[in-house]
Design a protein around this ligand. Sequence first.
Ligand code: FAD
Length: 376
Amino acid sequence: MDLDFGPAEEEFRTEVRAWLRAHVPAEPLPSLETADGFAAHREWERTLGADRMVAVSWPREYGGRGVSLLQWLVFEEEYYAAGAPGRVNQNGTDLLATTLFRHGTPEQLARILPPIAAGEVIWAQAWSEPGAGSDLAGLRSTATRTRGGWLLGGQKTWSSRAPFADRAFGLFRSHPEAGRHRGLTYVMFPLDADGLTVRPIGRLDGKPAFAELFLDEVFVPDEDVIGVAGEGWKAAMSTAGNERGLTLRPPGRFMASVDRLVELWRERADPSDTALRDRLADVWIRCQAYRLKGFETISREDDIGVEASLTKVFWSELDVALHETALDLLGTDGELTSPWLEGYVFSLAGTIYAGTNEIQRNLIAERLLGLPRGAR
Ligand SMILES: Cc1cc2nc3c(=O)[nH]c(=O)nc-3n(C[C@H](O)[C@H](O)[C@H](O)COP(=O)(O)OP(=O)(O)OC[C@H]3O[C@@H](n4cnc5c(N)ncnc54)[C@H](O)[C@@H]3O)c2cc1C
C-alpha cells in the first residue's frame, strides 16, 4: 500500500497553504454563534468564495475547483492547521449540497450551489421537532398540497444558526395516510418567508445560536422540493450519512487539534505523569487512525451507508477525549477560560447532534452486526 501523496496533491497543498497564509485573519473571528460573529464569518465565507475555496471538490460550473476528494481532504488538513475560521455554512456545503448532488435536479444544482460557493446564501437545517429528534420519522409538521407547491405548517426546533441564516431545508409530513417513513417531503424554504416566525433559543453559554421555527402556511414552490414528494426519507438519509460521516468532521480538524495538544504537552506537562502521557498517546493514535480511515472512505466509489454511524461515534468520542486530555493538562488554568474549555463544552454536544450515539449504536448493532433489534 502506497500512502504517499502524488504530485497533484502536493501541488494543491502548497497552493492552499500559501492562500491561507495570505488570507486567514490575524485575530480569531468572534464566535459564529452570535450576530456579530455570524456577520464576520459570512464575510470570511465570501473571501473564500471569491477564490473558489468554499467547496474545492465541486465542479467548476458550480463555483468549485473540480479537485478530487483526496485533494479536498488535503485542503481540510491545511485549513485546520492554519487555524482558519470555523465554517458558517457547513449546513449548505456539507449537508444540503451533498444531498442535491445525489437527489437534486440539474436546475436545482445550477440555482442553489453557486450562491453557496460564493458565500452568499447561508443555510440552516430544520429537521428536529419538540417530539421528533431521535425518532425523526415521528415528525408532525405538515406540507399540504396547493397550486404549484406546498404549504408548510407546524414547529421545528434546535435549528442551529437559524436566527442569522438565509434559508433552511427540512422534512415535512405530506402524505399522512402513508407509513411513518413514507409520507415525508424534503423541501427548501427562505427563513424570511411570510408565515414563518424564527424564535432564537439561548444556549447554556448565552449565545443565541439555536432557533425554533413556527410555520403557518409557508408557501414552497414545487421546484424547491428535493427528490420526490412523499419520498423525502430517502434523500434525508443521504443528508444524515454526510452529517455523520466524513464531510461534517474531516480528519484535518482532529489532526490540527492533536498537534496543538502535543505542543501543549511539551510546554506544560510533567513528564513523570505517565498516565496523562498515555492518554495523549491514545488520542494521537486515534487521530491517525481516523485520518487513515478517511483516505479509505474516499477511495470507495459508493456511499458508505450505515458505516457512517461508526464514523460518527468515533469522531464524537475522540473529540471529547482530546479536550478532556487538554483540560487535565492545563489543570485549574484550563477551567477558567481557554479555547480548550470552549472546545470541550462543544465536544459534549457531538454525542447528541447528527443523531445521538445511543441511536448510532443501535444502528451499528442491528444493521452492521446483524444483532437482534432491542426493545423499543
Ligand atoms: C449542538 C446541537 C446542534 C443541533 N443542530 C440542529 C440543527 O441544526 N437542526 C436540527 O434539526 N436539529 C439540530 N439538533 C437537534 C439534534 O438533532 C437532536 O437533539 C437529536 O437528534 C436528539 O433528539 P432529541 O434532542 O429530541 O432527544 P431524544 O430523541 O428525546 O433522546 C433523548 C435521549 O434518549 C435516547 N434515546 C432515544 N431513543 C432511543 C432508543 N430507541 N434507543 C436508545 N436510546 C434512545 C437518546 O439517545 C438520548 O440520549 C442539534 C442538537 C445539538 C445538541
